[in-house]
Design a protein around this ligand. Structure first.
Ligand code: PMP
Length: 282
């Protein structure tokens, strides 16, 4: 049975869930998105995802004519209608259908496009993630506003495809010798001093919701934290490396560019933070 999606006020089966070829999301990537995990039928960190969506819209002068409550309602409806216990809800909000191709924002008020769909996927018992992944590094060729969660994901897609062709599971972006973030995640290391290190927020990385949650859990656990950029070299010689994202939570990295990280197995801090994070979603 096909899944039910949401398109501008309507709940529709997959075959009918369509948008116009003139939609600015399609033509210009003039659109923002969010991915929220569902664990045990419940949305994880929903309020933070909405806050980031509002921020992304603000940065693009994109008015969002829906309240947090309305957007939450749609998420809940999709969980119920598709009977999702574990998986994700994808939300995309575009500047809408301008009925032509024109780079400039449309003059008159057009209806923006709001699309949401659900996907079932293993989050808690994702074996690949639990056992640790192999990554390769790639040049960060993305634009200069990676803090805005836009749908312009071609660089990430190319990076993931390159990783696959190299026999790896994911890619990590590096700019001028400094690690920025994962292709769809934030990057953490446990450095030589035993501190948990991740780079500070800037235009160069997405302010990850899982990053934020993990930093606050680590703080509660009394783990020493430092928000500071690190080099590729520091990452390769770190005691642990892990990535964070809504759908992989805390994902240990055991090999980078064919080089073992630490002992070549998931590190203790990554395992502990993953467990505590999961505990908190109950
Ligand atoms: N950085 C990038 C580039 C991403 O695409 C993502 C996931 N969308 C993240 C970080 C992680 O963000 P979150 O924890 O909110 O999923």
């Amino acid at each position: 049975m096909s899944m039910i999606s949401y398109v501008n006020g309507q709940y529709l089966p997959e075959e009918q869930a369509t948008v116009s070829v003139f939609d600015r999301g399609f033509l210009f990537a003039d659109a923002v998105y969010e991915v929220t995990a569902i664990i045990n039928g419940k949305l994880v960190d929903f309020e933070h995802h909405i806050a980031r969506l509002q921020r992304s819209c603000h940065e693009l002068q994109l008015a969002l004519p829906y309240s947090s409550e309305e957007i939450k309602q749609i998420h809940t409806q999709l969980i119920e209608r598709n009977n999702i216990n574990e998986g994700l809800i994808y939300l995309q909000f575009t500047r809408g259908n301008a009925k032509q191709r024109n780079f400039l924002f449309p003059d008159k008020d057009i209806q923006p496009t709001l699309v949401l769909f659900a996907q079932k996927t293993n989050i808690v018992d994702n074996l690949k993630v639990k056992n640790g992944i192999r990554a390769v590094t790639v040049d960060d060729i993305r634009w200069a506003r990676c803090d805005i969660k836009t749908v312009a994901l071609l660089a990430a897609s190319l990076a993931k495809e390159y990783a696959k062709q190299q026999g790896a599971d994911d890619a990590i972006f590096v700019k001028d010798g400094i690690v920025t973030e994962g292709s769809s995640s934030n990057c953490f290391i446990v450095n030589q001093h035993g501190q948990l290190q991740t780079r500070g927020l800037s235009h160069e990385i997405l302010p990850g919701i899982t990053r934020k949650a993990v930093l606050s859990l680590a703080k509660e656990q009394g783990i020493a934290i430092i928000e500071k950029a690190f080099s590729l070299e520091e990452m390769l010689t770190a005691k642990e490396v892990f990535m964070t994202s809504a759908t992989t939570l805390v994902c240990p990295v055991i090999k980078i560019n064919h080089q073992k990280i630490g002992e070549g197995k998931p590190g203790n801090i990554a395992i502990r933070l993953r467990e505590i994070y999961l505990e908190n979603t109950k």
